[in-house]
Design a protein around this ligand. Sequence first.
Ligand code: CA
Length: 225
Amino acid sequence: MRLLIVEDDPVIADALIRALRAHGHAVDHAADGATADRALGQYPYDLVVLDLGLPGLDGMDVLRRVRTRGSHVPVLVLTARDALEDRVSGLDAGADDYLVKPFDLPEFEARVRALLRRRDASPTGRIEIGAVIVDLDGRRAYHGAQRIELSAREFGVLETLARRAGRVVSKEQLLESLTGWDDDVGLNAIEVYVHRLRKKLEPAGVDIRTLRGLGYLIDKAGVGG
Ligand code: CA
């Protein structure tokens, strides 16, 4: 998953970025509204964490512009202002959830999980492909009851493919879902992750097919030739 944190307080931003990266997400950070607005127009984020009090373009403006562009990306608003009218106008402007500062990291993580789950096809937070179970909340994969040992990046590739099971995902789409601005990962690395992942999924009878020039497709082995 690729997430954008919009927060001008470096201490809070750092804590949130660390927490989300620890869960294997690719995280970008914008410290002002204009940067956030540009990033949101450019990249397909899976979730945005948006502070309302920002220098320049404020959070509410960023939010309105996101929705005006027709994006349905889930937005978790952070606000120091606990005023009812802020919440109401934020919800009117298209926020999906709220956290009032100060908040605890576990609560933040729970809200993020809930929002990501809501946008999933699977409301249980799990996707099953043949004998492979992808636990999106726990960031783990299982072959039946047996855990499949995956690195954070390998899990990221599996997650992106699993969310679009039966459909082709391009290498560029995989790269975008895995990397943030300061990650130095290229398309060659994607091939390596897919190769490793394919080997680990083989015993479960799940295949990642390569469609030359198009990308990858995850499926139960043997399905569709
Ligand atoms: Ca702020």
